[in-house]
Design a protein around this ligand. Structure first.
Ligand SMILES: *[C@@H]1O[C@H](CO)[C@@H](O)[C@H](O)[C@H]1NC(C)=O
Ligand SMILES: *[C@@H]1O[C@H](CO)[C@@H](O)[C@H](O)[C@H]1NC(C)=O
Ligand SMILES: *[C@@H]1O[C@H](CO)[C@@H](O)[C@H](O)[C@H]1NC(C)=O
Ligand SMILES: *[C@@H]1O[C@H](CO)[C@@H](O)[C@H](O)[C@H]1NC(C)=O
Ligand SMILES: *[C@@H]1O[C@H](CO)[C@@H](O)[C@H](O)[C@H]1NC(C)=O
Ligand SMILES: *[C@@H]1O[C@H](CO)[C@@H](O)[C@H](O)[C@H]1NC(C)=O
Ligand SMILES: *[C@@H]1O[C@H](CO)[C@@H](O)[C@H](O)[C@H]1NC(C)=O
Ligand SMILES: *[C@@H]1O[C@H](CO)[C@@H](O)[C@H](O)[C@H]1NC(C)=O
Length: 589
């Protein structure tokens, strides 16, 4: 028997065992799934949850040919440059209310394929790069456009229409498979990507005509592209590399950047363009595109004044030229602020390629989406993993992973995962095909065909629902714009019949990242210190039942390198149960 088949059989058996193992367990304790929308009309490869409104911005690429969403007013793009469809009446972006599933198509003029972005200080969504005519462009979506019911007639992506390369917002190199980090000064720094000449650059640049900066680290971590399509038309150009696109990047508390690519990592002083230190190599497989590992920086905590940071890197492909090769189960975790930092390895219960790591309000982390075998790229992976896994970072090594309830829909290449304002996680996208393709083309091996996915689901993690008290409700905050270092008052109801005794409360803040390609750009989270006691006041709920309102004074971190000015979701977590909604807080300098 062909060795590919034997590994496929193994994968199928593992999957079957995992799924049957769930049948005897109470589903609710392992989280619950809901379909948000069966047909969203587009397959979102970049997704972000909007500040204040809490709607979901979805963005695909424009060079995809027809989508399944059109504009109600019949608008079409009539271009000379679109590679596939010059007269295109399909929408390639939308904004959706995740409760009702109601959505509004958004116009985007040029190609945004495999791009990057962040919500910046004023709450607008700033997107960078893409492919072909969109390669060096930036686009922005105004907070005025986050509502599903538009207040102005055309509330769409605004493009920086550039014809002059010295115009400040024009990118120096194509930003395709690049990674963005929001900086304390409100700019983004963009690292690497395809055709980026192994550089980083600021958007907007610090000065007009500022050149991009070459990073030897990116050159060093590029695996060679040995696939020769002339010699072997069926091989993938992603076959043996580069393994460093969409590098993992995090802003560290000392205002430097932790940058990880392939298996290597550095601490980078982005102001001086200096590599401050090089970390030990992570054991095991390569992790970045097309290996399809994933990464997150665990929550920064008030107890040590936010001075230490742990980074997790999980999964990825073990052989980027074999769709049937079982992926990696290994995760590495490293306290990157420790002078003697090294990776501590732990194994996920399921190997995973193209998972998304989502930081949850209760300080756990969800590992969701992806596949068990193969690698990133069109039809590169097989054996989708329906079951999310929960990682509890504060438990003892060896006891941190819990397998949760399975989804219905496979989410493979080009899928996303984002924390919503109700504490659930929205999953969207999955398109392993260049175009919108719903039936298997005749030339495709059946095992690796997945139809373009237009559905959207949400997963409510189990949290600690069985614990006393249920989920609290934030009733108000004393202000929604808070300066770094200030105190914020939060008022909340928690259905208790009296003052807290052995209840535990924690207060956390999450950024709203840009999810794409198994990495959430700009994902970060902090815990907040309570000043003094949590006060309480007797009262009653809407049904006349006794209900205490509590009040806590929360110390917002002093450092812009801990919370770069932007919008954050504030959560009250009681006994492991996050509030039923977060409240958005704008952090300013
Ligand atoms: C999307 O549109 C195509 C072309 O109109 C159609 O064949 C297909 O059934 C639609 N798919 C879905 C899921 O709506
Ligand atoms: C698209 O634009 C071209 C060039 O301006 C024009 O000739 C053509 O009629 C337009 N097509 C449609 C369908 O509007
Ligand atoms: C950008 O270009 C699009 C398409 O050519 C055009 O419709 C739009 O008005 C332009 N926007 C600006 C701000 O120039
Ligand atoms: C491009 O911008 C530069 C700097 O603002 C200006 O000097 C130059 O004239 C512009 N070129 C064109 C073609 O507009
Ligand atoms: C690719 O393969 C073709 C056909 O075998 C050969 O002529 C060509 O030199 C190869 N290209 C490279 C870069 O090796
Ligand atoms: C960041 O931390 C490194 C190592 O601990 C140190 O050498 C460096 O000076 C720090 N950078 C800043 C800007 O504080
Ligand atoms: C990776 O897979 C390819 C294709 O199946 C195979 O030829 C190659 O030997 C594998 N490499 C390793 C290191 O397993
Ligand atoms: C880091 O840990 C690995 C084992 O996981 C070990 O082989 C390596 O020597 C360590 N590196 C350093 C610099 O301590």
């Amino acid at each position: 028997m062909d060795s590919r088949w034997s590994s496929l059989v193994l994968v199928t058996l593992v999957l079957a065992t995992l799924q049957s193992g769930l049948s005897g367990v109470e589903a609710a304790s392992l989280g619950t799934w809901r379909v948000v929308k069966q047909n969203a009309g587009i397959s979102s490869m970049h997704t972000a949850v909007t500040p204040n409104v809490g709607s979901v911005v979805m963005l695909d690429h424009t060079n995809s040919g027809p989508t399944n969403l059109t504009f109600p007013d019949g608008r079409c793009r009539n271009t000379t440059y679109d590679k596939i469809l010059k007269y295109d009446c399909g929408a390639h972006s939308s904004v959706m209310d995740p409760d009702s599933g109601v959505l509004r198509p958004l116009m985007v003029w040029t190609d945004t394929w495999c791009s990057s972005g962040q919500f910046v200080a004023d709450g607008s969504l700033q997107q960078t790069g893409g492919d072909v005519e969109g390669a060096k462009l930036t686009r922005s979506l105004s907070p005025d456009c986050y509502a599903v019911e538009p207040t102005t007639k055309y509330c769409d992506w605004q493009q920086n229409n550039v014809t002059n390369t010295s115009t400040p917002l024009y990118l120096k190199w194509q930003r395709w498979y690049s990674t963005n980090v929001l900086l304390p000064d409100g700019r983004q720094i963009i690292f690497g990507g395809k055709n980026s000449k192994d550089t980083n650059e600021f958007s907007p640049p610090l000065a007009k005509n500022q050149p991009a900066r070459t990073m030897a680290f990116l050159t060093m971590t590029t695996d060679s592209l040995t696939c020769n399509t002339t010699a072997n038309p069926s091989c993938s150009v992603n076959a043996n590399g580069p393994n460093n696109w969409y590098p993992y990047a995090f802003l560290l508390p000392n205002d430097t950047i932790f940058l990880f690519a392939n298996r290597d990592a550095i601490m980078y002083d982005y102001k001086k363009d200096v590599v401050l230190r090089k970390y030990p190599q992570i054991p095991g497989n390569a992790r970045n595109y097309p290996s399809g590992g994933s990464s997150a920086m665990l929550p920064l905590r008030w107890e040590d004044d936010y001075q230490s940071a742990d980074v997790m890197v999980c999964g990825g492909a073990t052989n980027t030229s074999n769709v049937y090769a079982l992926g990696s189960a290994s995760c590495g975790r490293m306290k990157v602020t420790d002078p003697a930092a090294n990776w501590t390895m732990e194994d996920m219960p399921i190997p995973r390629i193209m998972g998304e790591l989502v930081l949850l309000p209760d300080l756990t982390m969800l590992i969701i989406n992806g596949a068990m075998a193969g690698y990133q790229g069109f039809r590169g992976a097989t054996a989708p993993i329906l079951t999310p896994v929960l990682y509890s970072p504060d438990m003892a090594l060896g006891t941190r992973f819990t397998v949760l309830s399975p989804a219905i829909t496979p989410r493979v290449y080009h899928s996303t995962a984002n924390l919503l304002t109700d504490g659930s996680v929205l999953v969207a996208g999955s398109n392993s095909n260049q175009y919108y393709t719903f039936t298997k083309p005749s030339n495709v091996v059946s095992k690796v065909f997945f139809p373009t996915q237009l559905s959207i689901e949400a997963f409510l993690p189990p949290y600690a629902l069985a614990a006393a008290g249920g989920r609290p409700t934030i009733t108000s905050v004393d202000r929604t714009v808070v300066q770094l270092g200030q105190i914020l008052q939060v008022f909340f109801a928690d259905f208790a019949a009296g003052p807290a005794t052995d209840d535990t409360f924690i207060f956390t803040m999450n950024s709203s990242p840009w999810s794409t390609h198994s990495f959430s750009h700009g994902q970060r989270m902090v815990t907040l210190k309570v000043i003094g006691d949590i006060a309480f006041q007797p009262g009653s709920d809407a049904n006349g039942n006794p209900q205490y309102t509590r009040q806590a004074s929360l110390a917002i971190p002093k450092y812009a390198s801990v919370l770069p000015p932007s919008y954050y979701m504030l959560w009250v977590v009681k006994n492991g149960n996050p509030s039923i909604k977060c409240t958005w807080i704008r952090i300013t300098k």
